[in-house]
Design a protein around this ligand. Structure first.
Ligand code: NAP
Length: 490
């Protein structure tokens, strides 16, 4: 469909969002998708508009000034906040959001001044056992010489070089087979050079892991095997603690503003019926889905640093609701059908704080159409009563789960839906030509916003790489939006 023009609005002057500011610096291979994105950006029908945050505040572009100038608007702004635990003491110094910490070591301007105090004590506690929790633990424990060569922020190298953290405990409220960490990431943690793992709490893994579904069997084997580095021989170590649900962060005895310990409820599994002859996939879901309850017993763990890593959450973009686009505050998503078409406010599922369910399309999911088939989802679009012209992809559609590959697959599905709807619309006589960025540019100018384009990004990119070369690393990222704009003389 060569006649489609795409304008991409980004709040920061630079592109790539989570790939630049969320993927761990010691996972450069995950960032290879940047090459694909950059290839797309060279298309003459693509325009990057950076430094254009959406909103009504000074320096922002109101959503209402954009939407009338496009045939289709796609919301793909991810999950920009972290989920809170809402327990006492969460605001104590040294109770840090994992999202903020990740942003800090990745050079996200919003968190450049986070200044986590890594010199307070030797023990750090990470609450949550997803891959973000493992990223945080790995950055705290990795040999600094390995991290120095990456694009990790210079302020993080400086702080990590003074870190006193020697032991990291990664705590989950459920068991080893329920935690969302993935095999590759857990194996990488266990293989960290000169870092010991363990000991694993006893009695939580089955005596006969061979009977487990394949994925769980591999996790159990890796955990059982442990690391070759012994705790007594290593300067640094980490451990996984299970069946502990946080109830309070407690102040240190000598300073009421500082963290001293975390109190957890000890948990036990809620019994469920188990059919020994159920197929492996069902058994996998049953084990993965096991829930816990409090046993009434508590345990208090001394720690001087805690990270809250219990997931991210999306927020409604300013002006969404006014534009007739709903936001499900309970699930933190814009409700859509499975193809990413936004569902209306008055749909039985879409209202804020509603049922918390997104309508699924029966029989949907065929995302690989080649144009020779019936357009994907045409009938379904009519059935679902989607809001015409509004689409969604990524974490603001699905919630904060999945890796880059699955998020890209989700985006391709939404792109198919946009093309399919466009094909239908192009046969109608009522189609008008919209002005896109050429029209919005006037609003940006009247608001005094200096937006950036792809050439600006290329100059910032070259500047960061030059600085990196001087230090023997891939790049030294700009610390602030001002620094980025200074580079391009804006
Ligand atoms: P996540 O995978 O959803 O893990 C969240 C963790 O927080 C779970 O252990 C969860 O326990 C726990 N939790 C939630 N609410 C809690 C509460 N009230 N009290 C105690 N614990 C609570 O989230 P994430 O780690 O932020 O990762 C988000 C997504 O990004 C995931 O899909 C992840 O795989 C992906 N990611 C991938 C990579 C990679 O590929 N290397 C790196 C980073 C992130 P329950 O399970 O009991 O709810």
């Amino acid at each position: 469909m060569p006649d489609i023009e795409i304008d991409m609005y980004e709040s920061l002057p630079v592109p790539f969002g989570l790939v630049r500011f969320g993927v761990a610096p010691d996972h450069p291979e995950v960032k290879n998708c940047i090459q694909t994105f950059s290839g797309v950006a060279t298309s003459p029908t693509f325009t990057f508009i950076g430094n254009a945050p959406i909103g009504d505040a000074p320096g922002h572009l109101p959503l209402s000034s954009l939407l009338p100038h496009y045939d289709a608007s796609l919301f793909t702004y991810g999950a920009s906040k972290d989920r809170k635990l809402s327990i006492p003491g969460e605001d104590l110094t040294n109770v840090i959001s994992a999202r903020a910490f990740v942003g800090w070591y990745n050079g996200l301007p919003e968190y450049a001044d986070l200044n986590p105090n890594l010199e307070e004590g030797e023990v750090a506690t990470v609450i949550g056992q997803g891959n973000v929790a493992l990223d945080v633990a790995r950055i705290l424990l990795s040999p600094l010489e390995n991290l120095r060569q990456t694009d990790i922020a210079e302020h993080a190298v400086e702080a990590l070089s003074k870190s006193k953290v020697k032991q990291v405990q990664v705590v989950g409220r459920r068991g080893p087979l329920q935690a969302p960490y993935t095999i590759k990431e857990i194996r990488e943690m266990i293989s960290l050079p000169s870092v010991a793992f363990g000991p694993l709490p006893s009695g939580l893994l089955p005596d006969h892991p061979k009977k487990l579904p394949r994925q769980l069997k591999r996790i159990a084997e890796i955990l059982h095997k442990g690391s070759t580095t012994k705790v007594e021989d290593a300067e640094k170590s980490w451990e996984l603690k299970y069946m502990m649900s946080p109830v309070a962060f407690n102040a240190a005895k000598d300073d009421s503003s500082r963290l001293g310990s975390v109190t957890f409820d000890q948990t036990a599994f809620v019994e469920t019926s188990h059919n020994p002859s159920s197929p492996p996939e069902e058994e996998l879901n049953r084990i993965r889905g096991l829930r816990v309850r409090s046993t009434g017993k508590q345990i208090t763990v001394p720690t001087s640093l805690a990270f809250r890593s219990v997931g991210y959450v999306s927020e409604p973009l300013p002006g969404l609701l006014e534009a007739g686009i709903p936001f499900d505050t309970k699930r933190g998503i814009i409700p859509t059908d499975v193809h990413g078409r936004v569902l209306p406010v008055n749909s039985n599922t879409a209202e804020s704080g509603g049922s918390g369910q997104t309508v699924g399309i029966p029989g949907g999911g065929g995302w690989g159409g080649d144009g020779g088939e019936k357009p994907i989802g045409e009938e379904e679009a009519k059935e679902s009563g989607a809001v015409p012209g509004f689409y969604c992809a990524g974490w603001v559609k699905t919630g904060p789960t999945g890796v880059i590959a699955s998020t890209m697959a989700d985006a391709f599905g939404t792109a198919d839906a946009i093309i399919c709807d466009r094909q239908r619309k192009s046969t109608s006589l009522s189609r008008t030509i919209k002005g896109g960025w050429e029209e919005v540019r006037k609003e940006a100018k009247s608001r005094g916003i200096r937006t950036t384009d792809w050439k600006d990004w290329e100059r910032i990119d070259a500047y960061e790489r030059d600085r990196g070369r001087e230090k023997g690393k891939e790049r030294v990222k700009c610390r602030s939006v001002k620094e980025m704009l200074d580079v391009i003389g804006a």
